[in-house]
Each structure stands twice: as C-alpha cells, then as structure tokens.
Design a binder for this molecule. Structure first.
Ligand code: ZN
Length: 128
C-alpha cells in the first residue's frame, strides 16, 4: 500500500509537504485540508448546506485564510489525525483520501511538454 515516507508541516507557508513511498511529492495547503475534513460534523454540515436551502442550519464557515495545522497524529498505519488552529481535531485523513486531493502533485509536470510545431501552426490559424 502506498503510504507517506515523510510528512513535513510547513507552518510558514501553511502547507503540508508529503513524500510518498513511490517518490512522488504532494503539497496540500492547510486551508484545503480543513475545508475537506471528513469528520461526521463537517460532512453533515456540508450535506445539509448543499441539499436543503431552507434548513435551519448555517453553512459551514469557510476556514480562515490563516488557518494552520498545529499537530499531526498518526492513526494506525492508514492515515493521520490533524489538529487545526481553530480547535478542530476530529478530522482523520486516510492516505488514499489524501492522495485523491492531489492538486499540486509532481506528476502534473509530465504533461507540460511544449506544443509541437504542427499544433502551434494550427492554433495560429485558429486565432486569425
Ligand atoms: Zn471536521
């Protein structure tokens, strides 16, 4: 199973740097992790806010821009628990879930080859 080799909490940039077993790296902003919390409280808040506009339930507050991860606790071999600076500590993040949040993964760099000459010609014609 793919699990992190190393997790670094970069408090200054407010990102979590993860190095996975297969060598790929991932950077997850603390605010993203807070917004994607999978605990029952956050999930039901999101669910209620999304399905019933008349529900007497306030939408989940957007995480503050300066939210930070204060502590990381391992949870068995399958994930970790994150303690946030707003006091929220119920979020447990299994490894596969973290990987699915990939947004700054190094793999995206593979596709960044410059366009071929043919493609460039085509797009010039389209723009005329
Ligand atoms: Zn939560």
């Amino acid at each position: 199973m793919n699990s992190p080799q190393q997790i670094t909490n970069n408090r200054q940039q407010r990102v979590l740097d993860i190095i996975w077993d297969d060598g790929s790296t991932q950077q997850l902003p603390h605010a993203t992790l807070r917004a994607q919390c999978k605990c029952t409280v956050c999930q039901s808040q999101r669910l209620l806010a999304g399905t019933d506009a008349d529900a007497d339930v306030p939408p989940p507050p957007a995480p503050a821009a300066d939210i930070r991860i204060e502590e990381i606790h391992p949870v068995g071999a399958y994930g970790m628990q994150l303690i946030f600076s707003d006091g929220h500590e119920r979020g447990i993040y299994p490894w596969p879930y973290l990987r699915s949040l990939e947004m700054n993964a190094s793999e995206s760099a593979i596709d960044s080859n410059p366009p071929t000459a043919v493609q460039r010609k085509k797009s010039q014609m389209l723009h005329r």
